[in-house]
Design a protein around this ligand. Structure first.
Ligand code: SF4
Length: 353
């Protein structure tokens, strides 16, 4: 960012400083010859107290506020629309970005705390056949600031704190790697909400090289890998990315991640009636994951109007879970939330479009 030119602080245009890290704010304000504590003060106003204008920063001298107003803006994402589930446990927000793009963020009020599911891209290029987010393709990556904005927006609507973040919304986080890492470091920092890395889950459809890269970052987050099929033939049909990274490479990368970080990897498996939900599929899955420190999260499909997939019966879901558990693979069925507000990723944005 170049909002000022050396000591004269000549503004070229008001720059948006929302999303700058404390280090970046410190560097920016050093051009104005401000003492370091001002960056901390301003970061706390923006990221902890939700200030969107310098006028709100009443503990800054008036002359400084006027100077900052000339040079900078604070522009987080803005609410377009919000849908609440009938049980009030889930709220889906559609947030507007400065270029007119829209992004979905979901708040889920679990009995174990508030979880926020965030997006990392506008649309998605991965083409998974059961997913509404990819129907219109990928528009662009979200910046770290925009990802941060999703969490802070939801935080501003809550009296209590956010307990968990799941990066499972629209987009493939590991295809937006640098912005993802910057976001993770910022949301963990004391000057934002200081969330423990252990409370953050990153979900990927299996971008193998970046799974290895992530395991070297020394960030003790949970990795969740979308598998959704137990063999190459079926996985390639459901998830075209499998043509680039075959299932055995994906599971090998997951095993390596678990061994390097000591963190249990979660494998997500959407159950689709008569597609991937038979006993034979459960057997193949148990063989694939045998001996790995992991658990399987089974998700009965949330039908997408644009796709022709059916939800399996409760009995069939329970049988699949029992089969895995009996073979030593810990499997749980995800509790469904928010179906009546199109909570599956991409559905609200798609309706809006
Ligand atoms: S499931 Fe995730 S990776 Fe696959 S298309 Fe949807 S958003 Fe993209």
């Amino acid at each position: 960012m170049v909002a000022v030119m050396a000591a004269e602080a000549v503004a070229v245009a008001a720059s948006n400083i929302f999303g700058l890290s404390l280090e970046e704010l410190t560097a920016e304000f050093s051009l104005l010859k401000l003492p370091k504590f001002r960056a901390k003060q301003i970061a706390a106003w923006i990221y902890q107290r939700g200030a969107t204008s310098f006028e709100q920063m009443t503990d800054l001298p008036k002359s400084l506020r006027d100077q900052l107003i000339e040079l900078y803006e604070i522009r987080p994402a803005k609410l377009i629309t919000q849908l609440d589930s009938t049980d009030s446990l889930t709220t889906k927000f559609l947030l507007g970005l400065s270029d007119g793009a829209a992004v979905e963020t979901v708040l889920m009020r679990h009995d174990y705390g508030n979880s926020v599911c965030i997006s990392t891209q506008v649309g998605c290029a991965m083409g998974c056949k059961f997913c509404a987010s990819t129907i219109l393709g990928l528009e662009r990556n979200l910046s770290a600031a925009e990802i941060l904005s999703e969490v802070l927006f939801v935080n501003s609507t809550l009296e209590e704190r956010i307990d968990n973040i799941v990066i499972m919304g629209i987009g493939e986080p590991l295809m937006n790697y640098d912005n993802l890492i910057k976001f993770l470091k910022m949301i963990h920092a004391e000057y934002t909400i200081g969330l423990s890395y252990r409370k953050i889950t990153v979900s990927t459809c299996g971008i193998v090289p970046n799974i290895y890269k992530l395991s070297e970052e020394d960030l003790p987050i949970t990795l969740s890998i979308s598998l959704h099929a137990p063999n190459n033939e079926l996985r390639s049909r459901l998830m075209p990315i499998n043509e680039n990274f075959h299932i055995d490479e994906v599971v090998k990368a997951g095993r390596d991640y678990g061994e390097k970080t000591g963190r249990r990897v979660t494998y997500e498996y959407i159950l689709i009636a008569e597609v991937n939900d038979t006993k034979e599929h459960a057997l193949q899955l148990s063989r694939l994951l045998s001996g790995q420190l992991c658990n399987v999260n089974l998700i009965p499909i949330n039908p997408v109007a644009e796709r022709n997939f059916k939800r399996p019966s409760k009995e069939s879901v329970n049988n699949f879970a029992d089969y895995l558990n009996n073979r030593g693979i810990t499997a749980t069925v995800r509790k469904e939330m928010g179906a009546n507000i199109n909570a599956a990723c991409g559905q609200l944005r798609l309706r809006k479009k």
